[in-house]
Each structure stands twice: as C-alpha cells, then as structure tokens.
Design a protein around this ligand. Sequence first.
Ligand SMILES: *Cc1c(COP(=O)(O)O)cnc(C)c1O
Length: 430
Amino acid sequence: MHSFHYSKGSLHCENVSLSQLTAEHGTPLYVYSAETFRDRFTKLDTAFEGIDHELAYAVKANSNLSVLRLLAGLGSGFDIVSGGELYRVIKAGGDPAKCTFAGVGKTRAEIEYALKEGIYSINVESEEEAAFISEVAVEMDLTAPIAFRVNPNVDAKTHKYISTGKSENKFGIDFEFIRAAYERASSLPNLQLKGLQMHIGSQLTSVEPFVEAVKKAAPLAAELKSKYGIEFFSIGGGIGIVYEEALASGKEAWWTEQDEATRPLTPERYASAIIPSLQDLGLKILLEPGRFIAGNAGVLLTECLYEKKGSSKTFKIVDSGMHHLIRPALYEGHHEIVPLIEPTGEMESVDVVGPICESGDFFCQNRELPRFSPGEAVALMSAGAYGMVMATTYNSHPLPAEILVDGAEAKLVRKRQTFDDLIEAEEVSI
Ligand SMILES: *Cc1c(COP(=O)(O)O)cnc(C)c1O
C-alpha cells in the first residue's frame, strides 16, 4: 500500500501531486489519504474477524469531520474524550450508540449530553465519577451504561508522556480496587454495568505489554460477566506505527512500508498474540485505535523560508512549526522530512525549525536530510495523528488548511484560517 510516493519526480498522495496542492492551497497544509485510512481500518478489522469485535476509532487522533465521516462509512464506532468530540461524531453522521466516552474529567454537561444522545458506554475512571453519573441519571430519569477503566499496572515501554497503564498514572482504577468499585456501583441507582475497559498507552511498538495487560485483565472480565452480566471488554488503543525508516533503504515509500518480517507490531501479530486470551470470554471485544488508523494517513507540508548558517549549525526555517505539529516538542516525536521534489542524493546536516519564539520549536536537529532551498516545500511524514488536533494559534498564526485526497480527487476539508477568524470571538471593550 503506497499512498505517498514519488511519481515523475514529485511526491504524490495517491494520484495527486503534493506540489500541485501547495500551489493551489499554499502552506502550511495538512494532506490526508482516504486510501490509507481505509486500508488501516480494514487491516485491523480483518485481523479480528475470528471473534466478536468492534473498532471504536479514537477521535482525538484526528477529528476532522470528513475523516470521521469516512470511518463511519466503514462501520466504525468512536471512542470520544469530550462532549465536543461527541458533537463532531454526530455532525459527521456517526452513531452515538457506537460511541464510548473515556477521560478522567467529564463534566455534568458532558455526561448529560452523552446520556441524552444514547451513548453505548461511559468509561468511568473513578468511583466518585460513577456516583456522580448515577446522580445525573436519576435526575434525567434514565439508565446510564457504564464500564470501569482498570489500570492493569503494566509498563507500556513507551514515552513517559504517553504511558497510561501504570499505577502512578492518573488513568483508571487500580487492579486491587476494581472489584470493590463494581460491587459498590452495582448498588447505585440507574447504572447499568456494561463492560470493562483499559488502555495502557500510545505508540507501543511491541506486543508484549498488550499481552501482559490482556492476560491480567481477561479473568477479571470473565468474573464481571458472570457477576454483573457485562457485555463488552475494551482493550483500548495504542498500536504503534513506523515513524522512522532509513532513507538509505532505497525503498519506495519508506515511511509507510517496512518488511512485515522486521516490523515489530502488525495487526496480524497483535491479533494472534491476544486473541487466545479473549476468544472464550463470550464478550464483545472493543478496540480503540487512533494513531494506527490516522498516523501514516497524513502529512504536513511546509515551505522553506530561509536558510540560516550559524557557526555550528545550518537552520532551515520553515513556515510551520510546533504550533501545527507539536509531537517533536511535546514527546520527542520523530517525523521523516521529505522534499516534494524528488531529491537527487545530495545530503546535508540541518535543524529544521519553525517561526515560533520558543527554542523547542524544531522538527529535527542535526539530521542528515536531502538538500532543499528556500522556496521549496517539504513533507513531514506520518503527521495524520496528533497533528492538526493539537494545533494552536500561538504567536497568532492562523491554523493550516486540510485536504483529503481520494484517488485522483483532492477535497478541501478545512479552510485555512484568516486573521479575522483569529480574533472573531474577541471584543475590544475598554
Ligand atoms: C488516546 C486514547 C486511545 C487511542 O490511542 P492511540 O495510541 O492513538 O491508539 C484509545 N483509548 C483511550 C481511552 C485513549 O485515551
């Protein structure tokens, strides 16, 4: 599956030239491949076809309405973490009855909204939250479907900021308290104990932590089924993707493809390692993939403005930065950087930096990259997840536009912000 590749000397997304898109829409520009979204969804879905399962795409990875519409059309459910995300799912034509609602800090308004829309399950992160949901449900005179999130205390071996399944993380309820949580919740009014949920972290690149967590939690799920009649067990998201691949490998589309044999985590490997612990539970298994579906489906295109030679470094100053793609600054995320015009082989060691007044505003440091000059655009690969959703207008730069490519078609799915958009909600009132 090659959704991003060079063709006739210029980088394409499917059948659309990215240089053509920057000429038409300017930079910075996010571009997504519909084909990749479909491919990743289908691969993961197919890997689990042997058991009763459903994918609930983690909306926070990429919440563009057209992306949600595309996934809803494939039959996806959605894992949301706010009322705003539920609103997006509904606007995109998604089904609230296929939505699960996660997060440690749900407000009354969000709980009321989710219950009113008939959400599949609220995934509860503390006993206090369960008691509060019960209270709200009584007031609304309806039954709230809930699951508790168990914290299995497993080391996901990922960056500390995206690890969530250790007891020192704020997420979920400790294994030793979880049975008591269900017991107490079972006596609260207007609650239906519907499932068990966990999510141990993001960008996991080996299968072992998943196996350890599933093995630990599956017997608990079985016990909760026999005691309270729960119907689902959600094993969360977290499947990692390949961000970094050797430019030297000479492979076409090296940033999305890697030999299956050397790849640490594939849907098939993931599924075959954990299905044995799940297949006899008689529960519906939910998966909450975000990054796996969206990560390699998007790129961020940015134009080089200046080249600045310091005494020890060469800086390529580009028109995007941490305000549009914060992963490098926030958790040392790596993105391959690729010129839109196929490089001829000349390399140089550079820092690619943005215009923001922060020293953390860089995309890479001391990296060997194909030479590119001011006026040329480059693509930051694998920027489809946790990219645009974390973009801000810091330093009052308008947000980028977003394009969704499908075959030979490129649709503008989010307009570039204007200066007027930046100040729209503000008043000069003194
Ligand atoms: C963020 C999140 C996910 C998705 O994580 P990915 O690493 O993007 O797959 C799934 N479930 C929950 C509860 C989350 O918070």
